[in-house]
Every structure is written in structure tokens, then in C-alpha cells.
Design a protein around this ligand. Structure first.
Ligand code: FES
Length: 206
């Protein structure tokens, strides 16, 4: 099975100590919406500086929602993608700079192995560092499949208003924009079906 091993944690003791939890709140809409999160417990400042892993509960995350969690001072986006979005992603390959995730700096190897186009361990759940690879602005999520002023053929994705870089719903960068590379997928694994640990690779993979 392609994902075998991704649920096996490593460094369990450290993770137990350095754990933050999140909760999804807010209305569930038909389209993608940014969802605020509540931290019920925060790692200490020292642990944060050390890049402590964070544990995220995605049990309440509905299709079309995005959950934002901080890790190492960066926004981590966890997005539940619809079937329509997943079907649209491969059709975009010809417009992208690195459609098959060949730049190994932008995602862990096990993510590429799971799916170089979806860039995720589970097809529907995308985990990305929400910072543009041009100069580090946080792009806007434009997740509806509909014409946008910057692209009449838009299939959903992320738009960075700073210098107009565009990324698809897998964080893959379009050709002809200033951002040089795909958005980063951080190390992560599934502790169970509804729990993602950000900052730790699955046991036995890289
Ligand atoms: S920082 Fe995103 S396009 Fe420049």
C-alpha cells in the first residue's frame, strides 16, 4: 500500500511533550473559507524556537475549509480539497513550472512518492507552508473553480498579490510568475485518521 508507514510516529516522547492542538470553528460554506483556529495549549517559546512539532486535530475540517496552524513561526495551511479540485489538478500540468514535484527541496520524498501532482499523503488533505516562494508574502486562497481577473481559466489555487505569483491547489507554481518554486510541503505524518503531526517525518521514510 502506497501510504504504508505514514501513520507510524517517531520520537513519541518528544511529541507528547511538545504538542499543540487546534479546533476548527466557524460556519461551513459551499466554497473554501479560511477557518480560524484556537490553540488549547501552546508549546513554550523555547520549544517553538527549537521547531517543536505541533499536533493538529482535523476531525472538524470540512471539504472546502482551510485550517491554519503556526509551526516554526510559519503559517501551515491544512486544506480539505473537493473531488472537483482533485480532478482539475492534473489538467494544469502543462502550465506549471514543476508539475511533478522534481525540486526535492520543496517537499519530503514521501509526499512526492504518494503523489507528485497532488503533493499530499492523503489525496484530499493538502498541507503547505503558506508563504510565497518569491519574497515570502502569504498568498490568498482563491479556491473556487471560476474565472478570476488574473486568470479566466482559473481552477482554484493561491494568488500572491505582492507580485502576482500563482499556485494551484497543490501549491504548484505556474510558469511566468516571479515565484521560482512550488510552495513548501512541511514534514508531517498522520498520528491517526484525524490527527496530523507537523514537523516530524513518518517513521522509516524520507
Ligand atoms: S512575494 Fe509572492 S509574488 Fe512576490
Amino acid at each position: 500500500m502506497a501510504n504504508q508507514g505514514v501513520n507510524d510516529p517517531i520520537n513519541t516522547g518528544r511529541r507528547r511533550f511538545l504538542t499543540a492542538t487546534t479546533a476548527v470553528v466557524g460556519a461551513v460554506g459551499a466554497g473554501f473559507v479560511a477557518v480560524p483556529f484556537i490553540k488549547s495549549w501552546n508549546p513554550s517559546a523555547k520549544a517553538k524556537l527549537a521547531g517543536a512539532p505541533v499536533t493538529v486535530d482535523i476531525s472538524a475540517l470540512q471539504e472546502g475549509q482551510r485550517l491554519v496552524q503556526e509551526w516554526r513561526g510559519q503559517p501551515i495551511w491544512i486544506v480539505k480539497r473537493s473531488k472537483a479540485i482533485l480532478e482539475a489538478l492534473p489538467t494544469l500540468d502543462v502550465h506549471l513550472r514543476d508539475p511533478k514535484s522534481d525540486n526535492a527541496d520543496q517537499q519530503p520524498g514521501y509526499v512526492k512518492q504518494a503523489s507528485p501532482e497532488l503533493r499530499s499523503i492523503k489525496p484530499e488533505i493538502s498541507v503547505l507552508v503558506g508563504l510565497c516562494t518569491h519574497l515570502g508574502c502569504s498568498p490568498e486562497m482563491k479556491a473556487e473553480i471560476r474565472p478570476e481577473p488574473f486568470d479566466p481559466e482559473w481552477k482554484g489555487g493561491y494568488f500572491c498579490p505582492c507580485h502576482k505569483s500563482r499556485f494551484d491547489m497543490a501549491g504548484r507554481v505556474f510558469q511566468g510568475v516571479p515565484a521560482p518554486t512550488n510552495l513548501v510541503v512541511p514534514p508531517h505524518y498522520y498520528q491517526d485518521d484525524n490527527t496530523i503531526v507537523i514537523g516530524v517525518d513518518p517513521k522509516g521514510v524520507a
